[in-house]
Design a protein around this ligand. Sequence first.
Ligand code: ABT
Ligand code: MG
Length: 155
Amino acid sequence: CEKDLESAERTFIAIKPDGVQRKLIGEIVARFEKKGLKLVGCKLIQPSRKLAEKHYAEHKGKPFYEGLLDFITSGPVFAMVWEGKEVVSTARSLIGLTDPKKSPMNTIRGDFGIDVGRNIIHGSDSVESAQREIGLWFSKNELTRSSVTIEKWIY
Ligand code: ABT
Ligand code: MG
């Protein structure tokens, strides 16, 4: 409905270096599109150490932190912003659980991953994280403003 459109939720999604190298960009983008979500920005970018540190600040000090930074900066990442009703939780459902081994089939990690350190894709875990991460990875003029709307056919 109109009110939902005005305050459309956004989330930050990134296909990690493993997903890019394994040629999963098309497959993953197709799943998000077919779900009814709207792409409002995307770019292929190899993140600097500084950006990676900011992105994963919540994990600083954990045993896997340095390895995580090495991994995420090791090659190009396909960074995206998607929009839609409750898109943060919807995207996490499409992605699956942190550990691909435990992630159900028909989720992205369940279908394509094996190892928790190579889990293919990142999705913001809350609306607040999404706003922070979108600001880290994108400048405002890299994101489109809503124009054509097909939402009335979806919700
Ligand atoms: P992200 O979308 O990458 O943030 O993953 P998710 O939110 O599902 O899981 P969290 B807990 O945020 O993990 C971040 C990255 O850290 C890796 N990790 C996590 C480990 O390697 N070992 C661990 O024990 C945990 C808890 C998985 C995530 N990224 N990768 N690659
Ligand atoms: Mg996370």
